[in-house]
Write a protein that binds this ligand. Structure first.
Ligand code: NAD
Length: 277
């Protein structure tokens, strides 16, 4: 079975160690293989999604406890939904913002920060808006879907802090600028362009020889397109996720399982101290 999959992997044709080019699970072989690819890479980037922050208490979207099982994404995460029913948007976001403010980085964030500090990663491209990569010590973080550090008036462009927005939403159910416009957190909603970081991410991935994907269903475009971009020029691919993704068959190592367990195992093999990082 694994060998059947192996021949669909992107590295098989050019890698003489074909029997080692595809692995799946969290066994010692898979972890050693991932460590080897990280050590061998000259220009590696991580690409993360909501799954890296679930262990910090921030729910993902499409996992078994994902937000889309109880909320309608059309209503609370599209720019049209925001204009149609801003109150529903703000109450959903107030809860998420307060949850994110309490959250602490977990071993997955710490592993990525430590790998960057060791020179094994260039940095992290993240779809997350929670800022936990930076708080764990990652220095180069490309936030392609924005962040919850600030908010902007959609009418006049005035900037506000998220604390101000949260206070307004608690009192009024809405956040309105002095000019009367609605103030929206600086996060990218469906139907909006990505942040300028996405162009940087595309340029960096075009140079990368390894993409380490963690905790994303790889279903949201254009970010998911970074994977075929990497594969297109022969980069290696590690996918670490609890559930299948559309690119699993193209990965060189598939770390299927819990990301915290995976991070602790990988840290041990790479001799990274997660407690001290
Ligand atoms: P996702 O929920 O689609 O996928 C998360 C994946 O992580 C799932 O496949 C899940 O199985 C896995 N996972 C969760 N916890 C895990 C763990 N502990 N160990 C291993 N795997 C784990 O999230 P995504 O891929 O990040 O979604 C794409 C992006 O779409 C989001 O990050 C977000 O930026 C964007 N988005 C934005 C909004 C919005 O409100 N603006 C809404 C939806 C999606």
């Amino acid at each position: 079975m694994i060998f059947g999959l192996a021949f669909l992997g992107n590295q098989v044709a050019e890698n003489p160690g074909a029997d080692e080019t595809f692995a799946m699970g969290l066994g010692p072989g898979e972890i050693r293989m991932a460590a080897r690819l990280l050590r061998e890479a000259r220009y590696a980037w991580a690409l993360t999604g909501a799954g890296v922050s679930t262990a910090s208490g921030i729910p993902d979207f499409r996992g078994p406890q994902g937000l889309w099982r109880t909320h309608d994404p059309e209503e609370v995460s599209t720019i049209d939904g925001f204009h149609r029913n801003p109150q529903a948007f703000y109450s959903f976001w107030l809860w998420r913002f307060q949850n994110m403010r309490k959250a602490q980085p977990n071993p997955v964030h710490k592993l990525l920060a430590a790998l960057e500090a060791r020179g094994l990663l260039q940095g992290v491209i993240t779809q997350n808006i929670d800022g936990l990569h930076q708080r764990a010590g990652s220095r180069r973080v490309l936030e392609v879907h924005g962040h919850v550090r600030s908010a902007t008036c959609l009418s006049c462009g005035r900037k506000y802090s998220m604390e101000w927005v949260a206070g307004e939403v608690e009192r009024e159910g809405l956040a309105r600028c002095a000019c009367g416009g609605l103030v929206k957190p600086d996060v990218v909603l469906f139907g909006e362009p990505l942040t300028p970081d996405f162009e940087v991410a595309q340029r960096e991935v075009a140079k990368a020889d390894l993409l380490f994907v963690l905790g994303t269903s790889l279903t949201v475009w254009p970010v998911a397109g970074l994977v075929p971009l990497a594969l297109g020029h022969g980069a290696r691919l590690i996918i670490a996720n609890a559930e299948p993704t559309p690119y699993d068959l193209h990965s060189d190592v598939l770390l299927r399982g819990d990301l915290v367990v995976m991070s602790e195992l990988l840290a041990r093999v790479l001799e990274v101290d997660l407690a001290g990082s």
